[in-house]
Design a binder for this molecule. Structure first.
Ligand code: AMP
Ligand code: ZN
Length: 478
């Protein structure tokens, strides 16, 4: 079954067929490294990681490029304000960005080109646009002439009938009501200090939008399979990328545009300018597990808005623990619980059915526009059913193996590092066994107070002990 994604360009769900069968060229807009990324940014980056992981899970060979915007209005403004060079300002933030990616379990893209390493490619593209009658120069600034590009507005669905001829905008970011010719290259002025490049276009620096067009083309070619970013990238950034790239080559730039919805705070988009943001570090300092943040940001369908609350984060932490505990329980019971009554085979096999159902539903949900909420629901249902069956001693050892294999398989897509928490996390199984042996001895000696004390001690460590007709069982609290 073909994968389907909603294409922001056509505003419909479309089958996904890459240009070259089996290979995907994916470009995602990366951070502007003027400050630490906030968790709203990471919602988009985690979604893109899900997209990338899912494509790989479906056996596509993915070449993923994420740019680093290390020169634009904001990086220049902030490095100048701090009295340091552009590089001195951006380098530590790039390092911090990669640390955050690792903490959140975001896989590395194949390439992270930096804008400042691609100035010649940008200059060449601007010259090509000028040759094609789509760019013009005023006082050393170069602008894209949107009236000469009839497709302008097709992504953001703009009505250009009211367009004021000759209106220009020099800033990198602007709202829809100021649709106008936008800057490709900005001539040096004294606010730029020593941040400029001497090029065939004169002394200056690139506009933000040309950076992505040039880097995408350099690393992935003229037409790519998929391009994504957050919803706010649609206009003006991606609209302008289309104009520049298609204006330069005359070819289609991107086949599938896929955009992620906002992370909100009290119903408003989380953003630096509104001040309603949390950096990843701010949340980690409060003691939260980064993978719980990942699960939270991942678990709502990517196109829907998601309201961030610490209550929600606590819920995600609980859900993550539940998956970790389930996996540990499977691992442990697979090796320690004797077949016992199960070998009789009565009523057995139900767990296998639940596991296969989860696998089917997981695959189906993701095929249809990456419906992660549905895919996760299938996993939690499997966890619930198999846990209950384990309580009743109704799971065959091969089914325990199947369940843990299925869960680890799902985790290739989820990226929750479940394989890293099986061993050594929480209380050591050998320690529990020693305590249980001590408890059995106490019970035999009719020292019930001591037996109960051991049980309470384990409970305080998150280990639940149950006496069943098949003997004493224990598991990690869900
Ligand atoms: P920026 O560094 O501002 O270019 O943003 C980096 C990425 O984060 C872009 O793809 C934005 O669309 C995305 N982004 C910014 N704010 C949010 C938000 N509140 N929710 C989701 N994505 C966001
Ligand atoms: Zn971009």
């Amino acid at each position: 079954m073909a994968l389907r994604f909603k294409n922001s360009l056509t505003r419909t769900k479309e089958d996904f067929h890459p240009i070259e069968p089996g290979k995907v060229r994916l470009y995602t807009c990366g951070p502007t490294v003027y400050d630490f990324a906030h968790i709203g940014n990471f919602r988009t980056y985690i979604f893109e990681d899900l997209l990338r992981r899912y494509l790989k899970y479906k056996d596509y060979q993915v070449t993923h490029v994420m740019n680093l915007t290390d020169v634009d209005d904001k990086t220049i403004r902030d490095s100048r304000a701090a009295g340091v060079s552009l590089k001195q300002h951006t380098q530590p933030l790039i390092k911090a960005f990669f640390e955050d990616l690792d903490a959140l379990g975001i896989e590395r893209a194949e390439h992270y080109p930096a804008a400042t390493d691609h100035i010649p490619e940008m200059v060449a593209m601007i010259k090509q646009l000028q040759d094609n009658g789509l760019a013009y120069e005023i006082d050393g600034n170069y602008y894209f002439k949107i009236s000469a590009f009839p497709d302008y507005g097709k992504l953001a669905n703009l009505d250009l009938t009211e367009l004021k001829a000759g209106a220009r905008v020099a800033t990198d970011e602007y709202e829809k009501d100021s649709v106008s010719d936008f800057a490709l290259w900005k001539a040096w002025d004294e606010d730029d200090g020593d941040i400029y490049w001497e090029t065939e276009l004169g002394k200056g620096r690139p506009g933000w939008h040309i950076e992505c067009s040039a880097m995408s083309m350099k690393h992935l070619g003229e037409t790519i399979d998929a391009h994504s970013g957050g919803h706010d990238n649609i206009f003006p950034h991606h609209e302008n990328e289309i104009a520049q790239s298609e204006g330069a080559t005359g070819k289609r730039f991107v086949r599938h545009w896929i955009h992620c919805g906002y992370l909100l705070v009290d119903g408003e988009k989380m953003s630096k300018s509104k001040g309603n943001y949390f950096r990843l570090r701010d949340v980690l300092q409060r003691g939260y597990n980064p993978l719980a943040i990942r699960l939270l940001l991942l678990s709502t369908h990517y196109r829907k808005p998601l309201n961030f609350t610490f209550e929600g984060l606590k819920g995600a932490e609980k859900n993550l623990k539940q998956l970790q505990a389930f996996l540990r329980r499977l691992e442990r019971e697979r090796t320690t619980v004797a077949e016992g009554p199960k070998s009789l085979g009565i009523g057995m096999g139900g767990a296998g059915v639940a596991i296969n159902q989860a696998k089917d539903e997981f695959a189906k949900a993701l095929t249809e526009d990456l419906n992660i909420a549905k895919a996760l629901a299938a996993i939690f249902e499997m966890t619930r059913v198999v846990n209950t069956m384990l309580d009743d001693g109704m799971v065959l050892q091969e089914e325990m193996e199947q369940a843990s294999e299925a869960l680890l398989g799902f985790d290739h897509v989820l990226g929750l590092k479940l394989d890293e928490v099986r061993e050594g996390e929480g209380v050591d199984a050998a320690f529990v066994e020693t305590k249980l042996a001590e408890r059995a001895k106490a019970k035999k000696a009719k020292d019930y107070a001591r037996a109960d004390a051991i049980r309470d001690e384990l409970a305080a460590l998150g280990v639940i002990v149950e006496d069943t007709p098949q003997g004493t069982k224990w598991f990690y609290a869900k």
